[in-house]
Ligand binder design. Structure first.
Ligand code: NAD
Length: 490
């Protein structure tokens, strides 16, 4: 397979591939080499205006809304087919601009395609209700699209995250303006390419890249946007929520996490260790739902740390193009941040049983790192690292384990390892998290609702629940004989 990719990528607005209004570009780097890879058109406010206007025109035309939903679904199946056909090309772009392994990039492409088939299949199954009001009335609800959905995507899984939100929007007849992440934008353009090839109405899906502080901020504060879907950090989420409050816009907020797995005494330790390694080292730990904390019985701490370190020692650090286990983190700034957090953890009294910071190689590589002797109030146990860094904490009794697991501002995911169903059921009930994994981190899939509690956000993506975030309920009450003289409040 050729390892060459296009050197310049344009934005997709109103069904056209266009340069930025001011002609500027953003240079995208390959994190495995720290060398420039490609350029993308840099959208700013003027481009956002064009994209929102296109999305508005398309929404107002009612082309998507008036379409029979099964045909809208069929259109989405076509998008999926084109994404699948381009999977190898997408994998390479994702590997080179994001750092992901080539296999991981291919998974991204196929998962993105699956979002379009999954939600395409649901397009004709979102139904309203008939509400009985007696013989003289017919009353029903209509799940109604919001209009123009502004979507902002982070760099860690740009394609899957974009696909899940665009697919929900199309299934429900909203139109979209999506801002891709400036650090890793390339794979999202393939959604536009697939939409174009599938014959999606122009203006229905617009994809542009720009920086958060100008392009992103212009999009979320645009007067003609009706709905916001944001996936990213808590800090940016809070900024966007303030902008949304001005116009009382509905938002889906998918924010960060500091998710913990609890090992109970009866757990299969090999299973817990393997699952934990997948939970924290996949995608170099740059996963919002990463298992970044492990909570173990005090008396099993040294055995578990030893086994985890042995597992980490088998992982190969290196470029994604060779399908290494620990691929680079996205940027020099991210590597510096992670390295700094590791140093601060050591200073605070945590002990690295393996790794501890940057790997000594070209590109932005971090060694797989495991900290023992971590206390719950340490920064390494409270704040998202977003790198291949695990904090291991201990507990004396099960209530304390739950308390530690619930003891951060976040509530995205949680997990537990036990052979006892009663313990699993009790702990799953106690854990404050949008998704609980039992005996396998990341158990679940496109079909399972995903989203946070507490400061991990609100709203759900994935699964059937997600569609409900893309519609508002309209109730229609009809007095069949036109009786008149109703009364407020029923
Ligand atoms: P980020 O918040 O820095 O950036 C996310 C996106 O927001 C980018 O496209 C960026 O350009 C844009 N942005 C930045 N400032 C903005 C502003 N003022 N207005 C509008 N847009 C702005 O996050 P990141 O560093 O790209 O991603 C990592 C974070 O995302 C982590 O906290 C991670 O947990 C979270 N995340 C959450 C989920 C989830 O589904 N819950 C999934 C992936 C990542």
């Amino acid at each position: 397979m050729s390892q060459e990719i296009k050197k310049y990528w344009k934005n997709y607005i109103d069904g056209q591939w266009v340069d930025a209004a001011n002609g500027e570009r953003i240079i995208v780097e390959n994190p495995a080499t720290a060398q420039p890879l490609a350029e993308v058109a840099r959208a700013t406010e003027a481009d956002v205006d064009l994209a929102v206007a296109a999305a508005r025109r398309c929404f107002n035309s009612r082309e998507l809304y008036n379409m029979r939903p099964t045909n809208r679904g069929a259109l989405m199946f076509e998008i999926a087919r084109h994404m699948t056909e381009m999977a190898d090309e997408i994998a390479l772009a994702e590997c080179l601009d994001n750092g992901k392994s080539l296999n991981g990039g291919k998974n991204e492409a196929l998962a993105a395609a699956r979002y379009f088939t999954y939600y395409g299949g649901l397009a004709d199954k979102l139904e309203g209700r008939m509400i009985p009001l007696g013989a003289d009335y017919v009353d029903y609800t209509i799940p109604t699209p919001f209009g123009v959905s502004a979507q902002i995507v982070p760099w860690n899984f740009p394609l899957q995250i974009a696909a899940r939100s665009v697919a929900c929007a199309l299934a429900t007849a909203n139109t979209v303006v999506l801002k891709s992440p400036e650090l890793s934008p390339l794979s999202t353009y393939f959604i536009a390419e697939a939409c174009e090839r599938a014959g999606v109405p122009k203006g229905a899906v617009n994809i542009l890249c720009g920086y958060g502080h100008d392009c992103g901020a212009s999009l979320v504060s645009h007067d003609d946007v009706d709905h916001i879907v944001f996936t990213g950090s808590l800090k940016t989420g809070q900024f966007i929520l303030r902008a949304a409050a001005e116009r009382v816009l509905p938002c889906v907020m998918e924010l960060g996490g500091k998710s913990a797995g609890i090992v109970f005494e009866d757990a299969d330790i090999d299973q817990a260790v393997n699952s934990t390694a997948a939970g924290i080292f996949s995608n170099a730990g740059q996963v919002c739902s990463a298992q970044s904390r492990l909570i173990v019985p005090k008396k099993m701490e040294s055995e578990i740390l030893e086994r985890l370190a042995a597992k980490a020692a088998t992982l190969k650090v290196g470029p994604g193009i060779d399908n290494n286990d620990i691929t680079p983190v996205i940027s020099a700034a991210q590597a510096d941040k992670i390295h700094g957090m590791c140093g601060a953890a050591t200073q605070a009294g945590a002990e690295a049983v393996c790794g501890g910071g940057k790997a000594d190689m070209e590109g932005h590589f971090i060694q797989p790192t495991i900290f023992g002797s971590v206390k719950s109030d340490m920064t390494i146990a409270q704040e998202e690292v977003f790198g291949p860094v695990l904090a291991v904490l201990t507990y004396e009794d099960q209530e304390e384990a739950i308390q530690i697991a619930n003891g951060t501002d976040y509530g995205l995911c949680a997990g537990l390892y036990t052979k006892d169903l009663a313990t699993a059921h009790w702990a799953a009930d106690q854990l404050i998290a949008g998704q609980v994994f039992v005996n396998e981190w990341f158990a679940g899939g496109i079909e399972t609702p995903f989203g946070g509690m507490k400061r991990s956000g609100y709203g759900r993506e994935k699964g059937q629940e997600a569609l409900l975030n893309y519609v508002q309920t309209k109730n229609v009450g009809i007095h069949i004989t036109g009786g008149g003289g109703g009364r407020p409040g029923g």
